[in-house]
Design a protein around this ligand. Structure first.
Ligand code: PRP
Ligand code: URA
Length: 209
């Protein structure tokens, strides 16, 4: 079953509480989402392999550790996933960045795909799929299916806020995926918004509402 990890670092939790507040404007919301994404990137890259290297410090030669160079791709689900990209690529600048355009139809709540641009060597890369919200799980599940159809074998899903319904959906559709979230909320309301959640992440990030 898909493993769920809640990233409970105090800085992540503090900043998440700030962006949940309805009076936070787009500028503050954007800055905080980027900061939270960077902190999450730190946590989800803990497993990256290291290699020993010989270096020269101003004092002596030494054997130290550097990244082995595992190939990574950060894939953002548009639009709201864009808000997390900078935080990730600031910490892992060598990662390729892909985009999957999906929006949730407000009536059917089903995801509608309108764009996809991914690195060519998807099968060779570990994929970090980012989207602030995991609500019904329809969008993330569709994005994971698309990535698997392109040959992706190793995918981590990283979200800011998850509903239990979305987690269950991913665990059912894609039991091989690891899910990382900053919070597991109570559930969904009648419009499939996460409660307490933070509202419409895309609209808050881009100031479109
Ligand atoms: C939001 C969010 C997720 C999706 C989550 O995107 O960013 O992609 O909803 O809902 P789900 O788990 O029920 O599929 P939205 O469809 O609002 O598009 P946007 O990012 O362009 O605003
Ligand atoms: N999409 C959002 O942006 N917020 C929610 O609460 C649910 C889906």
């Amino acid at each position: 079953m898909a493993k769920l990890q809640i990233l409970d670092h105090p800085l992540i939790q503090h900043k998440l509480s700030l962006i949940r507040q309805k009076d936070k404007g787009a500028k503050e919301f954007r800055e905080l989402v980027e900061e939270i994404a960077m902190l999450m990137a730190y946590e989800v890259t803990r497993h990256l392999p290291l290699k020993e290297v010989e270096i020269e410090t101003p004092v002596t030669t030494a054997t130290t550790k550097m990244l082995e160079g595992k190939k990574l791709a950060v894939v953002a689900i548009l639009r709201a996933g864009l808000g997390m990209v900078n935080g990730f690529v600031k910490l892992i600048p060598a990662a390729r960045v892909g985009h999957i355009g999906l929006y949730r139809d407000p009536d059917t709540l089903e995801p509608v795909e309108y764009f996809s641009k991914l690195p060519q060597d998807v099968p060779e890369r570990e994929i970090i799929l980012i989207d602030p919200m995991l609500a019904t799980g329809g969008s993330a599940s569709a994005a994971i299916s698309l990535l698997k159809n392109k040959g992706a074998r190793l995918i981590k899903l990283v979200v800011l806020v998850a509903a239990p319904e979305g987690v269950e959906r991913i665990q059912k559709d894609h039991p091989d995926i690891e899910i990382y979230t900053a919070a597991l909320d109570q559930g969904l309301n009648d419009h499939a918004y996460i409660v307490p959640g933070l509202g419409d992440a895309g609209d808050r990030f881009f100031g479109t509402k």
